[in-house]
Design a protein around this ligand. Structure first.
Ligand code: GLA
Length: 387
């Protein structure tokens, strides 16, 4: 991949003197979905697929962007002066947003850049191609301009730019997973205070299998923002009767005791998911520590049901993928992963059952939806680096 972006860079922008190449991973979340903006826990891991960036400083203040994933758009040019979001060049809004957010914190770039980007995360798959682009940009800026920021700062700046430059009200999980990834480990992150611990994903002869439904539904960002508002309103209602800061502060029992404060049936289900999913995540990590992978899997399945019925962020295609997976011997757990409304499921599958899984789930999926699913067994990788 390094050679691939360098070759393109040379072709488009000339000499490779002073060119650096950076990488930052995508992520898959094992459990803890839609909890990160509710003060709850998440359990993602970084992948070995992600975003590559070849970059060189310029002598003027121009920014030139080229994505090998959107070659039809050609080289897109803007300037360090007056960075604003642009509809026509949507993908550049991610790196530009990060530059804008650094500038807002007093980290000013004294010259422009030429950049070639290539991502090998399937677009719209829910594996955080945008967060990995934000984090690779932040990491590159730190390294090239000597900005004094930690990887956690890079994650926070990425999230800030996505919220305020790109209008997507995401939580911190994706950027954190990309910036703080560690080979063979998942990250147990408490989003209420950003404390975290690494947990080795020892799966006892099983593998993580990602299935891409290859559907991305429309209005994903607006539906996501709507869920977030519903949870915020439910929290305010609960705060009338119990002193909590976030939905993540509640146990299931407390939720059941106080839930009548929530005056709308839909909001009640949204809040229920946030509370129960957080507790499931805590329990799942505990199970993993106790080497009880089977319990971990059952909690993944319960997470899917809750995302499907209470949070309503699944879709017919992902329901088929999860439900067909549950029928197969050797499947320990399977659920939709990421923001939802399409994208991927993540499954833990015994090695000897993987071929059977791909064959059976693939066949039923195609029969029932007319679409082809893609399957990838994945490795858990490290955070960002200069290659
Ligand atoms: C998206 C967001 C994350 C998180 C997940 C759902 O990936 O970017 O912050 O909320 O959805 O768990």
């Amino acid at each position: 991949m390094k050679e691939k972006v360098l070759k393109k860079f040379e072709e488009l922008f000339g000499g490779l003197d002073g060119v650096n190449v950076y990488f930052s991973p995508g992520r898959v979340n094992m459990i803890g979905e839609h909890t990160d903006y509710n003060g709850g826990h998440v359990f993602p891991c970084a992948l070995t697929i992600g975003t590559y960036m070849a970059v060189k400083k310029r002598e003027d203040r121009k920014l030139r962007f080229y994505s090998m994933n959107f070659e039809q758009l050609g080289v897109m040019e803007s300037s360090l002066d007056g960075i604003t979001p642009e509809d026509a060049a949507e993908w550049t809004n991610y790196p530009k947003g990060v530059m804008w957010a650094f500038a807002g914190r007093g980290f000013t770039m004294d010259c422009g850049l030429d950049m070639v980007i290539y991502g090998n995360i399937p677009a719209g798959s829910g594996l955080s191609s945008s967060a990995s682009l934000e984090v690779v940009t932040g990491y590159m800026l730190k390294d090239m301009y000597g900005f004094d920021v930690s990887n956690v700062d890079i994650a926070l700046i990425g999230q800030y730019s996505e919220n305020n430059f790109n209008g997507m009200n995401c939580g911190i999980m994706d950027q954190f997973a990309s910036a703080m990834g560690k080979k063979d480990n998942a990250i147990f992150l408490d989003t209420s205070d950003l404390s975290y611990e690494y947990a080795p994903l020892v799966l006892d002869g099983a593998k993580i299998l990602i299935t891409n439904s290859n559907v991305k539904h429309k209005l994903v960002d607006s539906k996501y923002n709507e869920r977030r508002t519903e949870c915020e309103t439910a929290l305010k209602e609960l705060q009338e009767v119990i002193g909590i800061k976030t939905l993540g502060d509640l146990t299931e029992e407390q939720f059941e005791t106080y839930k009548s404060a929530i005056k709308d049936e839909v909001r009640l289900r949204r809040a229920k998911h946030a509370v129960y999913e957080n507790q499931r995540t805590i329990r799942a990590v505990e199970a993993l520590k106790n080497k009880d992978v089977e319990l971990f899997g059952r909690l993944m399945n319960a997470s899917h049901v809750s995302l499907r019925d209470d949070y309503e962020v699944s879709c017919e295609e992902c329901d088929i993928l999860a439900e067909e997976a549950w029928k197969i011997d050797g499947v320990i757990g399977s659920r939709i992963t990421g923001g939802g409304f399409g994208g991927c499921t993540v499954s833990i599958v015994k090695e000897e059952a993987i071929d059977d899984f791909i064959e059976k789930v693939g066949t039923v999926y195609e029969k029932r939806t007319g679409k082809k699913a893609d399957f990838y067994t994945v490795d858990i990788g490290d955070g960002p680096s200069r290659l």
